[in-house]
Design a protein around this ligand. Structure first.
Ligand SMILES: C[S@@+](CC[C@H](N)C(=O)[O-])C[C@H]1O[C@@H](n2cnc3c(N)ncnc32)[C@H](O)[C@@H]1O
Length: 256
């Protein structure tokens, strides 16, 4: 059946009105779990019992010598109430709850994860507590097709090989609205005198092969458009962790 352009425009307007400005994610045909996850992280992320064991604030604070709480706080303080937030990758502990609290009931928090077990775990944990939280099964390397006030990438980049790091950082930046900000919290290079420096390096070399790249490069080098953004970096715990916030640089002149 042939449709007139005016009919198509009308349908599109109707669709937009129905969505009421809410982000809409295209249904994914088939979500393939990336190879790096299958090789290095599937024992943890595909195992619900083990994941539930790690999903414990007390334990996370013990492993990180109290830094877990500090990083969760540093992340939540970047989020404004009643805004639309996208988080790339689910997390253990109270990190998502803190962001959801900050977003509030009139805001929206979308959590995107490629792993079905992890997405089901957080959906079960949070769906009744936080109606503002939404769950999207998608690879964070794929374009989101929406714009957000804040995009959070919490302890995700160190798990990814360099090509995926670049795609995820580019994707986070491309998903920002004009006044939006991208918040990256992850490992970075500890100072030379840090007593845990060599222990962490040994652990990374054995179990987290892509984490050491976070020591060699700053996050702004994972995009070819770094000059279009203003980057703020803050280090924690002798440089072991970092928070990087990127906001769009105001344009000095129009594109055309
Ligand atoms: C965000 S990291 C955080 C883990 C960390 N140990 C924590 O809780 O602080 C782990 C999550 O990211 C997800 N993930 C890894 N690669 C992804 C990708 N390319 N796209 C979406 N989610 C991904 C994993 O499935 C997992 O649920």
């Amino acid at each position: 059946m042939i449709k007139l352009i005016s009919e198509l425009e009308y349908e599109q307007e109707e669709q937009e009105e129905a969505n009421d400005g809410e982000p809409v994610f295209a249904p994914q045909k088939k979500v393939v779990v990336p190879l790096y996850q299958r090789f290095f992280y599937s024992k943890l992320y595909n195992n619900l019992k083990l994941s539930r064991l790690f999903d414990n604030n007390w334990l996370l604070n013990l492993f990180t010598l109290g830094m877990h709480n500090k990083l969760v706080e540093a992340c939540a303080e970047e989020v404004e109430t009643h805004t639309t937030v996208l988080q790339l990758g689910a997390t253990f502990g109270n990190q998502l709850a803190e962001v959801a609290e900050k977003v509030g009931y009139y805001g929206r928090l979308y959590v995107m994860d490629v792993n079905r077990t992890q997405l089901n775990r957080i959906e079960e944990k949070y769906e009744t507590l936080y109606p503002q939280m939404n769950f999207v099964r998608q690879n964070a390397e794929e374009p989101t097709g929406n714009k957000f006030d804040t995009v959070i990438c919490y302890m995700l980049l160190h798990e990814l090989p360099i090509a995926s790091k670049i795609k995820v950082v580019e994707n986070a930046l491309n998903s920002l609205n004009e006044n939006g900000k991208a918040v990256f919290i992850d490992y970075s290079q500890p100072t030379y005198w840090h007593p845990l420096r060599y222990i962490v390096r040994m652990f990374n070399r054995l179990y987290q092969p892509f984490a050491e790249k976070m020591w060699d490069r700053t996050i702004d080098t994972f995009t070819s458009h770094s000059l279009d953004y203003i980057w703020h970096r803050r280090c924690y715990f002798g440089g072991m962790y970092q928070k990087v916030v990127a906001t769009k640089r105001p344009k000095m002149f129009d594109d055309d």
